[in-house]
Design a protein around this ligand. Sequence first.
Ligand code: ZN
Length: 299
Amino acid sequence: MKDRQFGRVRFICGENGGKYPFNHSLYLQGDKERVVIDPACSLEKLTRLKDEGVDSVWLSHWHEDHIRYMNLFENYPVWVSERDFPPLADLETFLDWYGIEDQRARGYWRKEMLETFDYRPRSTACFFRDDETLDLGGLSVQILPTPGHTPGHLSFFFPEEELLFLGDYDLTPFGSWYGDVFSSIADTISSIHRLKAVPARRWMASHDQGVYESNPGPLWDRYEKIIYEREDKLLAFLDRPKTQGEICAAWLIYGRPREPKEVYEFNERVLIGKHLDDLRHRGKVFCEDGRWRKAVSEI
Ligand SMILES: [Zn+2]
């Protein structure tokens, strides 16, 4: 995979093919403003970019694999949605937003954030206005709020280049992530619909393949369908009342146990938790005596 230049927008391919804990970054070359979006692709590439000229850093959202090398730009203005700012301002809030309650897991992630991701709290940031269009000088950018993955997740549309940056609505075969405390399945679906309707000719995502030069329509369909398939599997598994522990032990999301166990057991648990909450909210399941059951209408 290579870096690509599309007019005044450069796609900068991340290490490890842009897979976690890296991402693909963008470099915007406006006459008035030069911007790095999500500085987590590669320390070497970002150092070169800094020499080339960067005026500000933009973030699509607060996750660690999008901020990894942010401190390379320590005194630069950082732009983000106000809704996603709290975890960037405080490490304990960061862990809280992931829903990490277990003290040992908190200790592990606290260390990981400080050592691997060089987490440093930011006292200030600049906040985008939803749907505003910014003029960087010969390059305009529309700020698209796309909540669900995180409450303040942003995608960016470049009308001159007919290019849409999707951020973490990344079209991967795994499907979307909505396992954080403030993630939302319903908002994820709405954001997928919004992104699908943008009149782009090129699409870029934060991970994996990264650049799509033909309409990824079928990939969007698959990406959305995975959400409904997870839900269907969960409802089918509730053929009799089950505890949340029994449900998680079935690995309905990941299909099989994955390593490292601590990470994937947590991921499975929070994603299942989100689906149970969503189904309960919609009156399709309820919890009684510690066991989840289907509502009569679903049997
Ligand atoms: Zn993310």
